[in-house]
Design a protein around this ligand. Structure first.
Ligand SMILES: [Zn+2]
Length: 352
C-alpha cells in the first residue's frame, strides 16, 4: 500500500513541477460547491492530491517593509484569540508571510497551500516558534519515509509543543530547510535555531514554509499561521467570512483592503480555496490578513456586478472580524468580551 502511495506521489510531483512552469495567472473566483462554511472539521481523507508546493518564482519583499517588535507570547486580548507563537525568523530578517501566496491559496486547480511562506536568503537561521519536542528532523516528512530526498517538503523540523489549545495538541512545521539543526527527541525553547533557510523539496527559491497544526500532526490538520503568530506591536489582524446569498463560502474570491487615508499600500487578497484548509474554531473565516497597522481600512469587493464597500477599524494587537453575505452585504462580527482564559492549555500526550 505504501509503495503504491509513494509511486502516486512521484507521479504527482512530476505533474506539479510541470504545472509550476505553466501557471502564471491567478484563477478566477469560483463559488464553493457545497463546502461547509466554517465547520471545524478536517478535510476528509478522500481529498484529492494531498500535496502542497510553492510558486515558481519568489518576488522578495523589501526588508524596508519594517515591522515594529512583536507582542510577547502568548498574546490574546479576546478569549477567542491564540497568538501563542513568535515568528520563526528574527526581526532583522523578513519575518512576515509572503503576501501573494498565503494559507489557503490554490495552485494547479486543487492543490492547497497549507502554510505560509517566509522568503529569506539561503542560510538564514530558522527559529523555534515556541517550546517543545522535536518530532521530526530531516528528509521524508510528508512521505513518512525517512531519508527520502524526493519528499516535497524537503528537509523538515516538526515540533510538538509543550502546550495545546482547548485540549488539543499543537505542532509547528518548518520545511525546505537547507540544513537541519535539531535532533529527534530534542527539547527546544522559543527562539532556538533549529535549521537554516533553503530550497529543498518542491520549492523554487529559498524560503521557509511554516505550518501550524492542531489536534494531529498531519497534512489535514493545518490552520492559518497568521492567526497563531503574535502581531507586531500596534498592529492587528483582519479576519473575514465571505459568502454568497445562500450562505455558501466564496472560494478564491478577490477582496481589496485599502488603508484610509489613501497613500499606503493597497492589498488584494483572496479567500481560501477548497481543499485541506481548516477555518479557525471560533471565527470560521475564509480570509485573513495579518500585519495591518492600526487604523481605518476600506474593504472592497464585487458581487453580482455590484461594487460593495465597507469600513473596518484595526486595533493594536487585536482581531477585527467582518462578514459578507451575498445580497445582505457586510456586517461586523460580535464584539468579543475580554477574559483571561486565553492561556495555552497543558500539553496533551497524543503522540507525534
Ligand atoms: Zn509554502
Amino acid at each position: 500500500m505504501k509503495r503504491i502511495r509513494l509511486a502516486l506521489i512521484n507521479v504527482l510531483i512530476v505533474l506539479m513541477v510541470s504545472a509550476c512552469m505553466a501557471i502564471d495567472s491567478e484563477p478566477t473566483p469560483v463559488i464553493a460547491n457545497g463546502q461547509q462554511a466554517g465547520a471545524w472539521s478536517v478535510a476528509p481523507k478522500s481529498t484529492p492530491l494531498p500535496l502542497r508546493f510553492d510558486l515558481p518564482t519568489f518576488v522578495p519583499e523589501p526588508i524596508s517593509n519594517w515591522r515594529p517588535p512583536l507582542y510577547p507570547v502568548p498574546w490574546a486580548i479576546s478569549p477567542y484569540d491564540h497568538f501563542y507563537f513568535t515568528r520563526p525568523m528574527s526581526a532583522d530578517n523578513v519575518n512576515w508571510p509572503l503576501s501573494y501566496y498565503r494559507y489557503g491559496s490554490i495552485f494547479f486547480d486543487n492543490i492547497v497551500h497549507t502554510g505560509v511562506d517566509i522568503p529569506n536568503d539561503r542560510g538564514t537561521p530558522i527559529l523555534a516558534a515556541g517550546p517543545g519536542t522535536v518530532v521530526w528532523a530531516g528528509w521524508g516528512f510528508f512521505t513518512e519515509a525517512p531519508l527520502n530526498r524526493d519528499d516535497p517538503y524537503g528537509q523538515v523540523v516538526a515540533i510538538k509543543h509543550d502546550f495545546g489549545y482547548r485540549g488539543q495538541q499543537l505542532y509547528t512545521v518548518y520545511a525546505h530547510m537547507e540544513a537541519v539543526n535539531a535532533t529527534l527527541g530534542q527539547w527546544v525553547k522559543t527562539g532556538d535555531v533549529i535549521g537554516y533557510v533553503g530550497s529543498t523539496g518542491i520549492s523554487t527559491g529559498p524560503h521557509l514554509h511554516f505550518e501550524v497544526r492542531l489536534g494531529e500532526n498531519t497534512f489535514y490538520h493545518t490552520f492559518n499561521p497568521e492567526l497563531w503568530m503574535a502581531p507586531p506591536q500596534g498592529w492587528g489582524v483582519l479576519i473575514g467570512l465571505i459568502m454568497d446569498e445562500e450562505g455558501q463560502t466564496l472560494n478564491r474570491y478577490p477582496v481589496e483592503i485599502r488603508p484610509e487615508p489613501e497613500g499606503k499600500p493597497v492589498r488584494t487578497i483572496k479567500t481560501y480555496g477548497h481543499g485541506a484548509t481548516n477555518p479557525d474554531p471560533y471565527y470560521k473565516e475564509n480570509i485573513v490578513l495579518s500585519d495591518l497597522p492600526a487604523g481605518i481600512y476600506k474593504i472592497n469587493l464585487e458581487y453580482d456586478d455590484k461594487r460593495e464597500q465597507f469600513w473596518v477599524e484595526i486595533f493594536p494587537g487585536q482581531v477585527t472580524y467582518f462578514s459578507y453575505h451575498g445580497e445582505e452585504g457586510f456586517s461586523h462580527g460580535p464584539v468579543a468580551t475580554p477574559r483571561l482564559d486565553f492561556l495555552p492549555s497543558q500539553s496533551i500526550d497524543s503522540g507525534p
